[in-house]
Design a protein. Structure first.
Lengths: 357, 401
């Protein structure tokens, strides 16, 4: 039986993460950071991973993790989305961790779970679960090739690289050339990974590991998108109660009230879809349908919420100073990450037997 | 386990026990249907959240499922709730909250058992979304009130024994303050019911003309002039009833069109495929949202999502049934039957696609229009300010018509 609510423990976890982000990750700081050489927020990451042990939620206790489930990780992602926090949680603590869970690599798993190291799966961020991805050449334990669109690779200590022999290899980031790409999403920047004979350690078969990693990534991304959309709605409602034009609060005009009520409805629907995906991932039941439904639904809602936030804030929403743009950029990038809504609808057609003509 | 859950488990055991005793004393196989239902009511197992003596035992509402499961397993008859939805969902909670002891004793048992059908005399031709503008008059004459006016969109009026009625008792005060709530006897000679034919061709609803109908003051619910407040209880329960159904996957309007898609590959086009998948996803997410709301109710934390569910289902029903008609191509140009009928039960997902398309148009009007519900969400859930109003402090008789 699917549990779509939050437990008391999950609410306590949310409160703790929210407090931490309020202290360490305010919007002006995030904006300033995006213009520096280090857009990632390493102190916030350290506090989340080291201080709170959240990088190991998906890893069993016997393997150095917290032995929690996707339900708790989803709550963390809701809050990270709400703060549009530039930390590699989804990429390292979810996607790379899931890939390692599918392999035999307990030492690396423990490193990621404790936050000692950051991992990145070297598959482009736009790839949907179960679809083709680019690989590098493998020859005598050495890897050669260039992979683009690798999210958070700039802060990764270890890269998980799929090769042409069907294997997934661990490559130390110091053995690779990681070049930041100018990215639409300032808070989850992409990078190019170039391998020129880098040594790789075989972890296992790439295909099942990548599929599992991307499925979990796509499913939990919906919770990040929910958090982001909920911020956009809440902040816009707050602003429109304060902002006065024509001698009235702007939020009292029916045309705007209806738009916000419609957006509220989309956001509460997204919460249910995201909770359902997290619960399915945690229980291993109906996972593919739950994830594809959540991803087919989440992207348009998060983008709509961020677009409405910008529009309804008027001129101030268009400035670099106001954080609305960070959310819009994240929402738009998220709508491509781990497969577009269209890609997920296409996958769903096969899963629920609604075949194309 | 939380303490609330523990209490519920204990309550569940007690209710299971009570239900078994009822079944033992009145075996469904050898007991007359109405006799069984009356015995169930008297045992407090009709609606367990109602008070003792009025069909309940004051238990949490969520425990009704325990009783229903026991009874269903034993093959016991139910009270055919769809036939008496207005009585169960709207009249009963209002009588419970505002009725005198005598009124509760008189009305609730035959209402629940289904011996007496109820209807609702609220909307008028000139008072739809602005219900408080209603002009049906109630004038005091001795111990009676004399009612004159016209009501509309009344389902079950032609089979109803009783109606909940709101009428204007004081035209000299602002509109919300001059309304009083009554129970109207539908067999009164001054009540005339005429079928109201709708876009589907049939007449689910009626117009009701009230001419010198006499209602004794003892059938007033709540104080004179408090009718608007009393009606809020009725209307809030209506929205709970409309949005609160539990559905399996593909359980609503998306079911028939998905079935047609699977069975009729010759109808498929790429454009329809994209639109179908998009609506399938939205229907599934709406179902999950509704399920989440239900889970919140079970743990005693109702969320504001209820206000939104009707909005979501109205739009989805309309878009999905519209796609269904289009998918059918040449067949979509036909209609199953325009004959004027008065159906006893209405199934939004029944009949053919054309009927479903036309009937679903009402989903965004009945029980609060989509436009009014959006205002309610904006003001009560999001806390946005109301539009400035010109009708709140003016006597009803001085309002523009």
């Amino acid at each position: 039986m699917t549990d779509l609510l939050y437990s008391e423990e999950e609410e306590a976890l949310r409160a703790a993460v929210r407090d931490l982000l309020a202290d360490h990750c305010d919007a002006p700081g995030v904006i300033a950071r995006t213009e520096s050489d280090t857009p990632h927020h390493r102190e916030a990451w350290k506090a989340l991973a080291d201080g709170m042990g959240l990088a190991g939620l998906l890893v069993p206790e016997a393997k150095g993790g917290q032995g929690a489930t996707h339900r708790e990780a989803a709550v963390v992602l809701e809050e990270l989305g709400r703060a549009v926090a530039p930390v590699p949680y989804l990429t390292s603590a979810v996607v790379a961790t899931e890939a390692l869970l599918a392999c035999d690599a307990d030492d690396l798993l423990a490193d990621l779970a404790t936050g000692r190291r950051i991992g990145a799966l070297a598959v482009a961020l736009n790839i949907a679960p179960g679809t083709a991805y680019k690989v590098v050449q493998h020859e005598d334990g050495r890897l050669r090739g260039e992979l683009t669109g690798i999210a958070d690779a700039a802060v990764a200590d270890v890269l998980l690289v799929p090769a042409d022999d069907g294997g997934l290899y661990a490559v130390d980031a110091t053995a690779a050339t990681v070049t930041p790409q100018v990215s639409l999403d300032l808070t989850r920047p992409l990078a190019t990974v170039t391998l020129d004979g880098a040594p790789g350690r075989l972890l296992g078969d790439a295909e099942p590991a990548v599929r599992r990693a991307l499925l979990a990534g796509a499913g939990l991304l919906a919770s990040e998108q929910f958090g982001l959309a909920d911020w956009a709605l809440t902040e816009t409602v707050r602003y429109l109660k304060e902002r006065k034009q024509f001698n009235r609060p702007v939020g009292g005009f029916q045309a705007l009230k209806h738009r916000l009520a419609q957006l509220w409805l989309e956001v509460v629907n997204l919460r249910a879809a995201a909770r359902n995906a997290a619960d399915a991932l945690a229980n291993g039941e109906d996972v593919e349908v739950a994830v594809t439904v959540a991803q087919a639904f989440a992207a348009p809602v998060a983008v709509h919420a961020a677009e409405e936030a910008l529009q309804l804030h008027g001129g101030i929403g268009m400035t670099w100073e106001h954080p609305a743009h960070l959310y819009l950029k994240r929402a738009k990038a998220d709508s491509i990450a781990y497969g577009t809504a269209g890609a997920h609808r296409e996958a769903l057609a096969g899963l629920v037997d609604l075949q194309a003509p | 386990m939380t303490s609330a859950e523990q209490r519920s488990v204990t309550g569940a055991e007690e209710l299971r026990d009570r239900t078994r005793k009822l079944l033992a004393a009145h075996p469904p196989a050898s007991t007359d249907r109405l006799d069984f239902l009356r015995a169930r009511f008297d045992a407090g197992l009709a609606w367990v959240h109602y008070p003792e003596g009025l069909g309940g035992v004051g238990a949490p509402r969520s425990l009704q499922a325990v009783v229903d499961a026991e009874l269903e397993a034993a093959g016991a008859p139910d009270n055919d709730p769809r036939r008496i939805g207005i009585g169960l969902g709207m009249a009963a909670p209002t009588i419970l909250k505002y009725g005198t002891e005598e009124q509760k004793q008189r009305f609730l048992r035959p209402l629940w058992v289904g011996e007496e059908v109820w209807c609702q005399l609220f909307s008028e031709p000139g008072a739809g979304s602005d219900l408080a503008a209603l002009r049906t008059r109630a004038v005091r004459e001795g111990d009676d009130w004399v009612i004159n006016g016209q009501k509309v969109w009344t389902s079950s009026a032609h089979v109803a024994r009783w109606a909940i009625l709101i009428a204007r008792t004081d035209p000299d005060v602002p509109k919300h303050r001059g309304i009083t709530y009554f129970v109207c006897d539908m067999t009164d000679p001054g009540v005339e019911v005429r079928p109201l034919r709708q876009v589907t061709g049939e007449a689910e609803f009626n117009e009701v003309f009230l001419t010198d109908v006499r209602i004794p003051d003892s059938r007033r619910l709540g104080e004179v002039g408090d009718g608007w407040k009393v009606a809020q209880t009725t209307l809030n329960n209506e929205r709970v009833a409309i949005g609160g159904m539990r559905l399996p996957r593909e359980g609503g309007m998306i079911g028939p069109v998905s079935k047609t898609w699977r069975e009729r590959p010759e109808l498929r086009t790429h454009d329809l495929h994209q639109r179908l998948l998009k609506l399938w996803v939205e229907a599934e997410v709406a179902r999950l949202t509704s399920e989440r709301l239900r889970q919140q109710l079970v743990v005693g934390q109702p969320g504001p999502e209820g206000a939104g569910m009707k909005l979501a289902f109205a739009r989805l029903n309309q878009e999905i049934s519209g796609l269904d008609v289009e998918l059918l191509g040449e067949e979509g140009l036909l209609y199953d039957d325009w004959t004027m009928r008065r159906p006893e039960l209405v199934d939004f997902t029944g009949r053919e696609a054309g009927y479903r398309y036309l009937r679903s148009k009402g989903n965004s009007i009945e029980g609060g229009t989509t436009e009014v519900l959006l205002n309610i969400v904006a003001e009560r859930v999001l806390g946005l300010p109301a539009e400035p109003r010109t009708d709140k402090d003016v006597a009803w008789k001085d309002l523009a018509r």
